[in-house]
Design a protein around this ligand. Structure first.
Ligand SMILES: [Mn+2]
Length: 285
């Protein structure tokens, strides 16, 4: 894609597992000739208390507020922000920043998880399990104080690759009525067909698409460098086919995230290599 600016969103405050904040710096060496912005959490004592259902909430909001402003600025300059996480909580800042500029957008959430918990239903209090619920306005009480505009409509929200949805999260998804294509759907119908279907749903009557790609979509045997692995994921052909397919709709895509690469969990650079492959595909002009 042309006209991409990179944002290194170096935060792992959304999950008690450490290391996703290091992902952007590891990948940075592969990024040539792009403007790179960098956001850090600063010196924060990470909250890990098991019973706390709002772990690092204020710090996450502070980080996302800044990310939101950066995404808006890049879009105002006529460019496409590619936000590299970081855990998936950073997508609250990136996706809401994008919709603040385009007003009406669809979103495709490539992820093994639903990320649709609320502060009431989360079992862990890890905020990276909530971002899609926040972005769609299903859980908007506390995690988007910087945003006054539209949220993504449920009708234009599609999850692709889900296979690990929490017991209390499922009723949220059913109530909202967002579309879910599972890992099994990809294995049966193919990555190309499912991605195209997802785009058809997400793009209906909107000004553009936000793509959020969580590396834990891929089987952890192949891509072990993630914070919360989910077994029986998709293979590499499908992982890349998804990217090739959404890039066919390049003119509709206004903002992209690539998240949850955790170098501390990686084995022999396997996940780094995959994340880089995906990045190179997206950045290719
Ligand atoms: Mn996720």
């Amino acid at each position: 894609m042309k006209d991409i600016d990179i944002i290194n969103a170096c935060s792992d405050l959304g999950v008690i597992v450490d290391g996703a904040n290091l992902g952007p710096k590891v990948l940075e060496k592969y990024i040539l000739n792009k403007k790179i912005y960098e956001l850090n959490t600063g010196k924060v004592e990470k909250e890990r208390e098991e019973n706390n259902k709002r772990k690092n909430l204020l710090e996450i909001n502070k980080f996302n507020r800044e990310l939101y402003q950066n995404v808006r600025k890049i879009i105002q300059e006529g460019k496409i922000p590619l936000t590299i996480g970081g855990d998936h909580s950073i997508a609250i800042g990136s996706a809401l920043g994008a919709i603040q500029e385009y007003k009406k957008m669809g979103i495709i959430w490539f992820d093994s998880h639903g990320d649709f918990n609320t502060l009431d239903t989360t079992a862990t209090g890890n905020i990276h399990g909530l971002p899609l619920a926040v972005i769609t306005g299903f859980e908007k009480r506390e995690l988007a104080p910087f945003h006054q505009g539209n949220f993504f409509s449920y009708d234009n929200t599609v999850i692709v690759g889900a296979r690990d949805i929490d017991e209390w999260e499922m009723p949220n998804l059913k109530k909202a009525g967002v579309t879910i294509f599972t890992t099994e759907d990809i294995k049966i119908h193919g990555a190309e067909e499912i991605t195209k279907k997802a785009i058809q749903i997400a793009e209906k009557d909107v000004e553009g698409l936000h793509i959020s790609y969580d590396i834990d979509l891929i089987d952890p045997e192949l891509a072990p460098g993630v914070s919360v692995p989910a077994k029986n994921g998709i293979n590499l052909d499908d992982a890349y086919k998804i990217v090739d397919t959404f890039l066919e709709y390049e003119e509709k895509i206004k903002s992209i995230d690539l998240v949850e690469f955790n170098p501390k969990r990686d084995i022999n650079g396997k996940t780094e290599k995959i994340a880089n492959q995906i990045l190179q595909k997206i950045m290719k002009e």
